[in-house]
Design a protein around this ligand. Structure first.
Ligand SMILES: *Cc1c(COP(=O)(O)O)cnc(C)c1O
Length: 389
């Protein structure tokens, strides 16, 4: 069980980012949490240990990360996993055959693949609905619905879900609300404070922020939910290694420095794109033209660096993607360096073409992850790349 230390719950986010979950190392007082490269721990006598028995269950480096991210999310318990997908797979083990789950139709492509290709064969059933409209969520609830699962803003269409309304609907039906908080990060959005029961992250993205590891995090407040998650974590074993945990922990310490810059660059680039191409072609929750801009302002404190742009055809998309020099053509997002991608053939290739088209993930859609470089240089790169459209 990895409960946050009581004195980690200081009010200021920046202080939590640097200190929450961190204690000087007991042997020499090292200020940095060491990478505890060990599989097991020596015990004093039968039944007497220092709180650590075997590293699948608990590792001090991982624990420092878990406490840190839990405090950032305003939650009491954090659990680190080997990837964002490992987090989702483990969360789903809270449920059993016969249970029904209401999902946002625009959940991350890998989540759709996990549910549609694997977990439905274990007796779980899923309804895929447009979670922009709370009434649509309410209408999808069944007597056996145990979970409402949303992602906001969603990837890559930046669709929002009203988290207060979704929590209300879930709870009226004795179901839990699970939120993918990867895009906003706890710096801009804290779903637990808006009523969610479980949040998860792909730590790979903004939390780590340096594109050098794969990881996932789950945070909850409820003690019995935490106990069940700790059991699943140890029983199923989708845990990260200590070095990946340490890299993520190094990342979270500067989250509050990086996110405002991602946000500033994102706003400026979205504004430039809207002027250049017309605001109807640019999808960014921070633009007043975004249909859910008001909701974005009410549940997020910033909009981040993710922008999608509709270019009409795959040929135009390809031309822009290959003309970029600073924006690198790659999957993933949330790192300090700017990336650009083509969701239909990259992150969402596992979603069949007909479903992609229905969702609006067209062949002409490109996605930008604005990094923290100089915005003038980023704009010059885009000026060159968009010259052809
Ligand atoms: C990347 C991502 C995931 C999956 O996480 P991995 O760490 O790649 O397993 C889930 N949700 C969102 C929004 C993501 O961007």
């Amino acid at each position: 069980m990895t409960r946050v230390y009581d004195d980690d719950l200081v009010p200021a986010f920046a202080t939590r980012a640097i200190h929450a979950g961190q204690r000087p190392e007991p042997l020499a007082g090292a200020i940095m949490t060491p990478v505890y490269l060990t599989s097991t721990y020596v015990q004093d006598a039968l039944g007497h240990n220092k709180g650590y028995e075997y590293a699948r269950g608990k590792n001090p480096t991982r624990e420092a990360l878990e406490r840190n991210v839990a405090a950032l999310e305003g939650g009491r318990h954090g659990f680190a996993f080997s990837s964002g997908m490992g987090s989702v797979d483990s969360i789903m083990k809270l449920f059993r055959a016969g249970d029904h789950i209401v999902c946002g139709e625009n959940l991350y492509g890998g989540v759709f693949r996990l549910f549609d290709k694997l977990l439905q064969h274990f007796g779980l059933s899923f309804s895929w609905v447009d979670t922009r409209d709370p009434q649509v969520i309410a209408d999808a609830m069944q007597p056996n619905t145990r979970l409402v699962f949303v992602e906001t803003p969603s990837n890559p269409l930046m669709r929002l879900c009203d988290l207060r309304a979704a929590a209300d609907i879930a709870h009226r039906h004795d179901a839990l609300l699970l939120v993918d908080n990867t895009f906003a990060s706890p710096f801009f959005q804290r779903p637990l404070e808006l009523g969610a029961d479980i949040i998860y992250h792909s730590t790979t993205k903004y939390l780590n922020g340096h594109s050098d590891m794969i990881g996932g995090m789950v945070v909850v407040n409820d003690d019995s939910l935490a106990e069940r998650l700790q059991f699943i974590l140890n029983a199923a074993g989708a845990v990260p290694g200590p070095f990946d945990s340490w890299l993520a922990l190094r990342g979270t310490k500067t989250l509050h420095l990086r996110m405002p810059r991602h946000d500033a660059n994102g706003r400026q680039i979205a504004g430039w794109l809207a002027e250049r191409l017309g605001e109807e072609r640019v999808i960014y929750p921070g633009l007043p033209s975004h249909p859910q801009h008001a909701l974005a302002k009410s549940q997020m404190s910033g909009f981040g660096g993710m922008i999608s742009v509709e270019l009409g055809t795959k040929e135009k998309a390809n031309e822009v993607l290959t003309r970029c020099r600073l924006f690198s053509l790659a999957e993933s997002l949330g790192g300090v360096e700017s990336l650009i991608s083509h969701p239909a053939s990259m992150t969402h290739a596992s979603v069949d073409p007909e479903r992609r088209a229905r969702l609006g993930i067209t062949e002409g859609l490109i996605r930008l992850s604005c990094g923290v470089e100089d915005v003038g240089d980023l704009l010059a790169d885009l000026e060159h790349a968009f010259h052809v459209v």
